[in-house]
Write a protein that binds this ligand. Structure first.
Ligand SMILES: [Cu+2]
Length: 456
């Protein structure tokens, strides 16, 4: 699996998370991991889908539309906010973002802060979860003291003993790591079987789930990964109560009837029907698969997934890989089917290279901005850029496009990594949507320890 930093010698069958079987016995696991209950929290169920078993459900009636800016009404010192201020805070919740309801009593609003500050801190607390106490053993005492102060860890808030939000919901990375989609072999053909299902998707661990669609009951669907030149047979069973069709995006089909466009190259397949696509993965790169039928609706509801074709030669060398599929319809502004704080950090160690495969399955462009690090863009739509590779810290990715970005890690830190269309990432209740972090730890062993704990 690709998060193993011995990665050069490992075929990367999954997207981005180290194999759970990776031996992390030598990892310098900070004692706080166990002491602070790192292994407690949401259990990660097997069977291909991570169940959000212990996710606290705090539904909020978020009205449509956004308003901007903090709630200005200040409670009297030591008092509660005026009812109108609380109502205003709720009314200004992002429609597609994080829950507006803050569980944090407003009585402790520091001087000069508003409820906005409390809520904005709260969402980061949920993102970091019980990684926060573990950071002491990773970044050292001085940096930890600063981080703890920033989060207000002295309040001993509940999230200090809960898993990070991303570990409380099903996630592509975790699923790929625990149960990668493996083909059957039929002669020389790699056979993948997938179902198309109605699912209930938690955009984050607190919001009520949305009625969505998924391949193999997940959004995004499992990573389908093959090698250039492989013969691929993909068999889809439609468990929906509507018709559909599946397109492998970026494949140069020799037989155009495999292209997956209903009423152009095939009839749609009906509820209960199974449909087979077969083709040769003749070109390598970061590709995708998605519905091509009623697609504004069906892709928007989650019928999308990564299709990665490894080249036979000249594979990009990276220690870890991340797939980053954006969407912006049913679930709001999402990365891999989740909004901040339930987005997985891009995790790596100093001295490593990470490869991020940006894929846009949404209906609008998103400029991804990396704090603290340049990105070396080495491929566009799966085609290597060669001498035209370029550096940037903000990369616009249009609908349907894919870019492969290499990031060389040389300094530790917790670096924001987000879309730079600001209403996609921040509202009156703090950050939401298309935000995560580039989490650079000093040593590979720290990555292993974190991943082991998250997957436990
Ligand atoms: Cu955006």
């Amino acid at each position: 699996m690709s998060l193993d930093s011995q990665g050069a010698s490992h075929p990367t069958a999954g997207a981005s998370i180290p194999s759970p079987s990776h031996d992390a016995r030598q990892a310098q696991i900070p004692t706080d991991f166990s002491r602070r209950g790192f292994l407690r929290g949401a259990a990660l169920a097997g069977g291909g889908i991570m169940a959000a078993t212990l996710a606290a459900c705090a539904p909020s009636a978020a009205p449509p539309g956004w308003t901007y800016g903090p709630v200005l009404s200040q409670p009297p010192a030591g008092g509660s906010p005026a009812p109108s201020a609380a109502a205003s805070a709720a009314a200004s919740a992002p429609a597609s973002g994080s829950p507006a309801t803050s569980a944090v009593p407003s009585a402790n609003i520091p001087a000069g802060w508003t409820q906005h500050d409390i809520d904005a801190r709260q969402v980061v607390r949920r993102y970091i979860g019980n990684l926060a106490p573990a950071l002491k053993g990773i970044y050292g005492d001085a940096a930890f003291a600063k981080l703890a102060d920033i989060l207000g860890a002295g309040e001993n808030y509940p999230e200090l003993s809960q898993k990070p939000a991303f570990a409380q919901v099903p996630n592509l990375f975790l699923t790929d790591a625990v149960s990668p989609l493996k083909p059957e072999l039929d002669g020389g053909v790699k056979v993948f079987r997938l179902t198309i299902d109605k699912i209930s998707q938690k955009i984050d661990e607190m919001k009520p789930p949305v009625a969505a669609l998924g391949y193999n009951k997940q959004w995004p669907g499992p990573t389908i990964r093959v090698t250039e030149g492989d013969r691929v047979r993909a068999i889809f069973t439609n468990n929906l109560d509507e018709t559909t069709g599946v397109h492998f995006h970026g494949v140069e089909f020799e037989d155009f009837f495999q292209d997956g466009v209903p009423f152009v190259t095939q009839k749609p397949f009906a509820p209960g029907e199974t449909y087979t696509y077969e083709f040769t993965a003749s070109r390598p790169g970061s590709l995708m698969y998605h519905s091509h039928h009623n697609a504004t609706d069906q892709v928007g509801r989650g019928l999308l997934g990564p299709f990665i074709v490894d080249p036979k030669v000249d594979k990009v060398k990276a220690d870890r890989e991340y797939t980053w599929i954006s969407n912006d319809v049913l679930g709001g502004f999402t990365i891999n089917g989740h909004g901040f704080p339930a987005t997985v950090p891009v995790l790596g160690a100093v001295g490593e290279k990470v490869l991020v495969r940006f894929m846009n399955e949404g209906v609008m462009m998103h400029p991804w901005h990396s704090h603290g690090y340049r990105m070396r863009i080495v491929a566009r739509d799966g085609y290597p850029l060669g001498g035209a590779a370029f550096d940037c810290d903000t990369l616009g990715v249009n609908p349907g496009e894919r870019y492969d970005a290499l990031i060389t890690l040389d300094r530790p830190g917790v670096w924001a990594f987000h879309c730079h269309i600001l209403p996609h990432v921040e509202g009156s209740s703090g950050m939401f949507g298309m935000v995560t972090t580039l989490l650079v730890v000093p040593k590979k062993e720290h990555v292993d320890a974190i991943v082991k704990a998250v997957l436990a």
